[in-house]
Design a protein around this ligand. Structure first.
Ligand code: ATP
Ligand code: MG
Length: 333
């Protein structure tokens, strides 16, 4: 890490295979961010257990996600790539910050309400505490910017509130982070229910396109995507959620603006339009999937990346945690 350079922090949970929503919301910007900032990219396995996970799968997905980061062009020489549970400071800072966060604040979080409804048999403390752990993740690294999708805006606001609250109660300790939200692609919706966010952990497999899907699978999902009866490719999320979502996806995966895409598909039927969106997605993700598969055959290398990342992350995180412990009055030895 370079003194004086702005820092970018982001993380993804190894909860399932990644979707094109995850790609559009955050990964698509990683390569350019890596050029301009010091970046720290984590695999958030501690967040993942707030919903039941099969242990062997969680372990395998953690490795797959590290491989995917690298396959998407993240350079582990420049960027710190690490697994959250390898750096104990996350749990420690989360605990300290819990004492500066109100139950009422957590109860009104949209994600907590959504996931509680979805997992009514398992509304655990971790699910409620998710935003505090996320605040700890970000604040440990003095992060200036956090590239996330629109769904994480509320959690980012809470992280800022907690940082400001702590700084005011004690003295300036935390950098107050800013969210980096993409102009397009910050919220990719489900192909079958285009008013709902596309999620990795969604039940309807036709609604989400995964980065692991082969071309045939991708084309099949796009062919079935819900549109409307107007037969006009126009961006209007309120009255044409399906078509607008497809335009957003096309815009991200074909590197075009929404206006350029609208112009390109003027007078084109929905059938042909959907095929073009599918092609653009497949063209972008096929080489990533192939590179991820290649990297996964070298477990030794991936483990060395994780180990090196964890050491570098720990070095930064520990310093912040020591400052916090000193300020709140924990006896230092
Ligand atoms: P889960 O359903 O397990 O919560 P998820 O798809 O929401 O999975 P996360 O690991 O929670 O994925 O989020 C990883 C990143 O992807 C975050 O930056 C989040 O804002 C972004 N993201 C998630 N879903 C979308 C989406 N539909 N559109 C754009 N960005 C998204
Ligand atoms: Mg999520």
């Amino acid at each position: 890490m370079t003194e004086g350079r702005k820092r970018v922090y982001t993380a993804i949970q190894p909860t399932n295979n990644l979707t094109i929503g995850n790609y559009a919301g955050t990964i698509t910007r990683w390569q350019s961010l890596q050029r301009d900032y010091d970046c720290i990219f984590a695999v958030a396995n501690m967040h993942a257990i707030t919903v039941r996970q099969e242990p062997a799968e969680l372990r395998q997905r953690t490795l797959s996600l590290v491989a995917l980061y690298l396959a998407c062009g993240v350079d582990p020489e420049k960027t710190v790539v690490y697994v959250q549970s390898h750096v104990p400071c996350h749990a420690e800072l989360c605990w300290a910050l819990n004492a500066f966060t109100y139950v009422g604040e957590m109860e009104r979080m949209t994600q907590f309400k959504d996931k509680s409804a979805k997992h009514a048999d398992n509304i655990n403390m971790g699910l409620m505490d998710y935003p505090v752990l996320m605040a700890a993740d970000i604040l440990l690294y003095g992060s200036d910017f956090v590239p996330v999708g629109e769904d994480q805006r509320q959690h980012l606001e809470i992280a800022r509130d907690i940082a400001v609250r702590f700084n005011n109660l004690f003295s300036p300790t935390f950098t107050v982070p800013e969210g980096l939200f993409g102009k397009v692609g910050a919220k990719i919706n489900d192909l079958q229910e285009p008013t709902k966010k596309m999620s990795k952990s969604c039940e309807n497999p036709n609604g989400s396109v995964f980065l692991t899907d082969g071309k045939d699978e991708i084309m099949r999902k796009f062919k079935r995507a819900v549109t409307d009866s107007e037969a006009c490719v126009r961006f209007d999320p309120a009255s044409k959620p399906g078509v607008s979502n497809l335009l957003s996806i096309y815009s991200v995966f074909a590197d075009k603006t929404i206006e350029e895409a609208e112009k390109q598909f003027q007078g084109v039927g929905y059938g042909e339009f959907k095929l073009a969106v599918g092609e653009a997605v497949a063209d972008k993700i096929t080489p990533i999937r192939e590179e991820q598969t290649r990297l996964l055959s070298d477990k030794g290398y991936l483990e060395s990346v994780m180990k090196d990342g964890a050491e570098r992350a720990y070095g930064i995180a520990r310093r912040t945690l020591s400052k916090v412990y000193k300020k709140i009055g924990f006896y230092q030895i």
